[in-house]
Design a protein around this ligand. Sequence first.
Ligand SMILES: [Zn+2]
Length: 124
Amino acid sequence: MYKIRVKGNFSAAHRIFQRNKCENLHGHNWEVEVCLKAEKLNKDGMIVDFREVKERLIKVLENLDHKYLNEVLPFSPTSENIARYIFEQLEKDFEKRGCWLSAVSVKEDKDVEAIYYERKKDNL
Ligand SMILES: [Zn+2]
């Protein structure tokens, strides 16, 4: 079994309505990490080219970078929901490639991280 991880980042503002200071407009420099797994490598000896993963991730993150997330996302822009959103945007890119997206993690800062994965795929 093989696994690769590719990182990206974006800066954006949001408000989380939960009756504490997160209700106030504020921003983060989010760090994102996507993880892909495969049972076998392709003919080039890779799961998939790192550069290709990075380019696809950058494309998704461009939708979020320097945005007010409450206006561009149709759900509460928590780190958990952002991780799921990125997962869903990327997942189809890697179907039929002999590998699968196993998890997406999103960090608001160095101390907190939300991870989205689908149990059946993460355990394969
Ligand atoms: Zn926040």
